[in-house]
Design a protein. Structure first.
Length: 153
């Protein structure tokens, strides 16, 4: 099974609706801006296997929808430059493409993700998410709130 397929099932079995290999198209003719390995959203009251979500990872059991932008790799966990560089505005483009936020909210929330890797409100929680061969200590220092899962999940 490919690493991206395994990551898909990890999110799926934890209650996420996912999109694999989400391509961000350029505003103009030309090549794509970038792609995202997995985008996902998990709603707070999901109960696929029982009346409660006791089987899901604890970090996903929150009382608001959880939106993830996930990077999947066979190397140590990482976030690719297109997702961490504010000038590229890729997080802004994802929020706009999916309709997650009002247009006037996008820049503010995107800046929070660029700076800290996550953002929480009373309406939703959003974060980058990494799955890879090993934990990346440098990434953990830069983005302590970004979950890093290894292939031993």
């Amino acid at each position: 099974m490919k690493d991206q397929e395994l990551a898909y099932w990890y999110f799926r079995l934890n209650g996420f609706f996912t999109m694999n290999n989400f391509i961000l198209h350029s505003d103009r003719k030309g090549p794509q801006k970038t792609d995202c390995d997995i985008l996902g959203v998990r709603f707070p009251y999901r109960a696929e296997f029982s009346e409660q979500n006791d089987f899901d990872e604890k970090e996903f059991r929150i009382a608001v929808p959880y939106f993830v932008i996930a990077e999947v790799t066979t190397s140590p966990c990482k976030l690719n430059g297109p997702w961490t560089e504010p000038s590229k505005r890729n997080v802004d483009a994802v929020f706009a493409a999916l309709g997650l936020l009002k247009q006037e909210e996008i820049a503010f929330v995107a800046q929070k993700l660029y700076k800290q890797g996550s953002y929480a409100t009373q309406e939703f929680y959003s974060s980058f998410f990494c799955i890879g061969r090993s934990i990346n200590d440098e990434l953990k220092k830069q983005y302590p709130s970004v979950p890093q899962k290894t292939w031993e999940i």
